[in-house]
Design a protein around this ligand. Structure first.
Ligand code: RB5
Length: 146
């Protein structure tokens, strides 16, 4: 498994924590920046990471800004991306099981580090259930193709 990770300045500290958490598990991480708390614009990071995940360069992506909202809005503009903004463990595994989400968005100003790690774990360990859920995400893909 290869994970792309990116943040803006407001998500930088949590990105570093989650990156370390993943690397300690032996997961390969590709860091799309940012690399400090100097102010930057979240769409620059969301779009470059989302394009890479959509191309299949990485298995999944993780995007962190202050709330996770801007990252999720921007990433979801990229064709083939299903970015999920998650703040709890139930939504984390449901995003993979029901929505086959390929990007996890979190808020660095919203979540504590330990909860963010639990969310990341739940998200990565869950599997897409297919069936009726596949029919539903196919409807989104059909709309994208119009
Ligand atoms: C940056 O101040 C903040 O607006 C950004 O990190 C994010 O929360 C946007 O959705």
């Amino acid at each position: 498994m290869k994970i792309a990770i990116g943040s803006d300045h407001a998500g930088f500290k949590l990105k570093e924590e989650i990156k370390k958490f993943l690397e300690e598990k032996g997961i390969e991480v590709v860091d799309f920046g940012t690399n400090s708390e100097e102010r930057v614009d979240y769409p620059d990071y969301a779009i470059s990471l989302a394009e890479s995940v959509a191309k299949g360069e990485e298995t999944f992506g993780i995007l962190i800004c202050g709330t996770g909202i801007g990252m999720s809005i921007a990433a979801n503009k990229v064709k083939g991306i299903r970015a999920s903004l998650v703040s709890d463990v139930y939504s984390a595994h449901s995003a993979r099981e029901h929505n086959n989400a390929n990007i996890l968005c979190m808020g660095g100003r919203v979540l504590g580090t330990e909860l963010a790690k639990e969310i990341t774990n739940a998200w990565l360990n869950a599997e897409f259930l297919g069936g009726r859920h596949e029919r539903r995400i196919n409807k989104i893909a059909e709309y994208e193709d119009k």
